[in-house]
Design a protein around this ligand. Structure first.
Ligand SMILES: [Zn+2]
Length: 500
């Protein structure tokens, strides 16, 4: 069953559900002791600056930069830095500017100036200490740093697209037509996030390829930043849009979670991914730091990131069994993913397990929902392994037509041979020349023999072919082993009979 939504964007991007592994390895320095102590004391959102907006974290974690409210004559404008020890005062770095971003190496702050040098919007770079004169880089808006700290991604209205601009040579190279003036570049410099009106949030490669609709919750506007590990996105709306601040899992398709009640915006992450700095916009112009809740603070995608929901409403008397089954899923989900991996393939992460009191049978799985019939469990309370079999179906996640005997044979091979540890002679077999198609344990036993004897790794390859929709038919076995599946089956039968 397919849950991701496919559609074609106006700019010609095809949206594919896929999992992207990020190779960016931000290596933030640990903030110094005074700053660590200050941040650790933040359990609720804390206001750290007034008459301030557009904050961004320094890569060492010790400071933020921000701009002062530009339209207030009483306050000197420009870019400021503030050491986050709870005591330091803001330091003015430039006399004007907006949208400041700190370079990954900590050396520079890039920002935008309006109506300077005769250019309506221009990019400038200053050294973060504010000791040198800022340098004009070229026209453009809303800069993002590439990981090398030598080039910026900027939005260029006259090119109606994104440019990569080298801060030393000033060389400008058009990267892509881009529909949105507030690009949000991933820390590895490979992907951008943007909203699509009325649809949700999309991430794609810089050239527009490999776009995923990460969230189908429509957002009215989007000012966002990637988490340092490139796995989450924080975003708010345009100031005044009344949107909350959200965090979204950027590795999958899911809905964003609001992390504040207020309509704060322009979030930026602390280098450790534990805090977000953001501002309240007009009229207050305050900069706040909020802890990212534990639910969103995870930095590693591993088997603990996914969630299992248990619904025992139709059989409350089976709650203990249900909890045991939930634990089994939590213990085995990641291992099953590792047993049948496919490169760049996204496996669903949020699994629902429920009991059904109506209808007969053992269990069934559709998409990520496992339904177990309560009548079966009451008669076979020891059959907890059935949940493992169903979980394999969730992980298989076949969206192309797959022969049932292969789908079930793989599930039963993993259940009985791997999970239950049954030996070869435990598996039933059938005398028919095409008995391998008898599915379930019969096929599972055949797979165990192939894995241990003729073709180690064949189940992994078979599963990948079924997932990707390129299973060629039974010739697959001949291709992998040099023998037809019927001949293999005949050999298997001969060995089984000799053994018994
Ligand atoms: Zn099954």
């Amino acid at each position: 069953m397919k849950t991701a939504r496919h559609f074609i964007l106006a700019l010609g991007l095809s949206i594919a559900p896929a999992f992207f592994a990020y190779s960016a390895e931000p290596q933030p320095m640990k903030p110094d002791d005074a700053v660590s102590a200050f941040l650790q004391g933040i359990k609720e959102p804390v206001r750290v600056a007034t008459q301030a907006a557009q904050a961004y974290w320094s890569p060492d974690g010790n400071s933020i930069c921000f701009t002062r409210k530009p339209d207030n004559q009483d306050v000197p404008g420009g870019v400021f830095t503030l050491r986050l020890d709870g005591e330091s005062a803001p330091v003015r770095v430039t006399e004007s500017g907006k949208d400041p971003v700190w370079s990954p190496d900590g050396q520079w702050i890039a920002y935008v100036d309006e109506a300077k040098n005769g250019v309506p919007q221009s990019i400038w770079v200053t050294d973060a200490a504010g000791e040198k004169q800022p340098e004009f880089i070229g026209s453009g808006g809303y800069p993002n740093w590439f990981p090398d700290s030598e080039s910026l991604l900027v939005y260029s209205p006259e090119d109606s697209g994104l440019l990569k601009v080298n801060i030393k040579t000033k060389q400008r190279e058009k990267v892509t037509d881009f529909p949105y003036p507030y690009p949000c570049l991933s820390p590895d410099g490979k992907r951008v996030a943007f909203p699509v009106s009325g649809r949700g949030v999309i991430t794609s490669n810089l050239d527009g390829s490999q776009a995923i609709l990460n969230s189908s919750t429509p957002v009215s506007s989007f000012l966002g930043r990637w988490s340092p590990d490139g796995k989450r996105l924080a975003f708010g709306g345009f100031p005044g849009a009344g949107m909350k601040l959200y965090v979204l899992d950027a590795t999958t398709t899911g809905e964003p979670a609001a992390i504040t009640e207020e309509s704060w915006t322009r979030p930026a992450w602390s280098p450790d991914g534990l805090y977000i700095v953001c501002d309240s916009g007009a009229p207050g112009y305050e900069v706040w730091i909020t802890p990212v809740s534990a639910a969103h603070a995870k930095t590693e995608v591993d088997e603990n990131v996914f969630g299992v929901t248990l619904d025992v409403s139709q059989a409350p008397e089976l709650e203990d069994w249900g909890n045991e089954a939930k634990q089994l899923i939590e213990d085995w989900y990641g291992r099953i993913c590792n047993l049948i991996p496919t490169k760049d393939f996204s496996v669903p992460k949020r699994i629902r397990l429920r009991f059904r009191s109506e209808g007969g049978g053992v269990a069934e799985t559709g998409g990520t929902r496992i339904s177990v019939f309560s009548g079966w469990v009451k008669q076979h309370p020891d059959d907890i392994g059935l949940v493992f079999h169903e979980l394999v179906h969730v992980v298989q996640h076949y969206t192309h037509r797959a022969p049932g005997w292969l789908t079930e044979g793989i599930a039963d091979y993993l259940r009985w041979a791997i999970f239950e540890g049954k030996p070869q002679d435990w598996f039933p077999y059938s005398d028919k020349p095409d008995g391998y198609r008898d599915s379930y344990r019969v096929t599972g036993g055949f797979f165990l023999w192939l894995e241990t004897d003729r073709a180690p790794g064949i189940v992994k390859k078979l599963n990948t072919a079924l997932r990707l929709g390129n299973y060629p038919g039974e010739e697959f076995f001949e291709r992998e082993t040099g023998m037809s599946v019927r001949d293999l089956w005949a050999e298997y039968l001969k060995e089984r009979k000799t053994a018994s």
